[in-house]
Design a protein around this ligand. Structure first.
Ligand SMILES: NC(=O)c1ccc[n+]([C@@H]2O[C@H](COP(=O)([O-])OP(=O)(O)OC[C@H]3O[C@@H](n4cnc5c(N)ncnc54)[C@H](OP(=O)(O)O)[C@@H]3O)[C@@H](O)[C@H]2O)c1
Length: 262
């Protein structure tokens, strides 16, 4: 019988994280999902994971809390005894113009995106020892585009991508592959919540410039993360995959390429 593999997905209770947890469960991995506040959503994700015939573990973790992250890693070790895949997905920030950013906003954003990533990878390495491991970080298009009120998160995501490249080199000799996926806009409850009343206008603007003709769905990103966690992608190291239906290629509405404008 094949060995059971195990994954840890931060923010696996909602949005892209939840879709990723389910995609990994479908591939036969036991999955630990973390959440911060919404326990009901995490329990719901766990039930959906277990429906796929694998074991789910639910962990309440605030990524700003080093002791909490350490405790979560200990639970993974106690319950699964190993880890094969780490997906660093959760993020938190204050969506503000940079002129309004305070010290606590900076600290919160960098701690959740960068400090926790370093701590999680350091903690996962011993749990991956002796077998191929995969680390996938979830970046975002604010890492390379100037998006309104995303200045702080964009800086954190750019830093995350830099960490991915260095970890990829440092961990290559341990057979741990480290990569990132960089989504464009994805239709999640968080994205809608933060956009508020501007959502319909933002969505229409993005769709118009996306060659694939729609917004991303959580499952679009989840299947790419599953690929980056699978034996099929072992030759990818330290790469950032842009997953956006072609949006990052565009400066004009996609329809103009179809002869709409002379
Ligand atoms: N949606 C997009 O358009 C988009 C585009 C590009 C990149 N991304 C990136 O994709 C990732 C997922 O985004 P998303 O839209 O699915 O939702 P999200 O709001 O970024 O993530 C939701 C998950 O993160 C958890 N979480 C929030 N703050 C946390 C903290 N301080 N510590 C630990 N966990 C925390 C939430 O738990 P609770 O529910 O319990 O609070 C929930 O499980 C993020 O890194 C985001 O930057 C998203």
């Amino acid at each position: 019988m094949a060995e059971r593999r195990a994954a840890l997905v931060t923010g696996g209770s909602r949005g892209i994280g939840r879709a990723t947890a389910l995609a990994l469960a479908e591939a036969g991995l036991d999955v630990a999902v973390t959440y911060k506040k919404n326990e009901a959503a995490a329990r719901d994700a766990a039930a959906a994971i277990e429906k796929r015939g694998v074991t789910a573990l639910v962990l309440a973790v605030d990524l700003e809390d080093r002791a909490g992250v350490a405790a979560a890693l200990q639970r993974v070790e106690a319950d699964f005894g190993r880890l094969d895949v780490l997906v660093a997905n959760a993020a938190a920030t204050a969506f503000k113009p940079l002129l309004d950013v305070g010290e606590h906003h900076l600290s919160r954003t960098m701690t959740t995106s960068l400090q926790s990533f370093i701590q999680l990878v350091q903690g996962c390495v011993p749990l991956m020892a002796g077998r191929p491991g995969s680390v996938v970080a979830v970046s975002g298009w604010d890492s390379y585009r100037s998006l309104s009120r995303h200045g702080l998160l964009g800086a954190a995501k750019a830093g995350l991508e830099a960490l991915v490249r260095s970890f990829a080199v440092e961990l290559a000799s341990r057979d741990i592959a480290v990569n990132a996926v960089c989504p464009g806009p994805v239709d999640t409850d968080s994205a809608r919540y933060y956009a508020g009343a501007t959502w319909p206008q933002m969505e229409a603007n993005w769709v118009q410039r996306t060659p694939a003709g729609r917004l991303g769905r959580p499952e679009d990103i989840a299947t790419i993360i599953r690929f980056l966690s699978s034996p099929d992608s072992r030759w990818l190291r330290g790469q950032v995959l842009y997953a956006d239906g072609g949006l990052s290629l565009m400066t004009e509405p996609a329809a103009w390429f179809e002869g709409g404008v002379a």
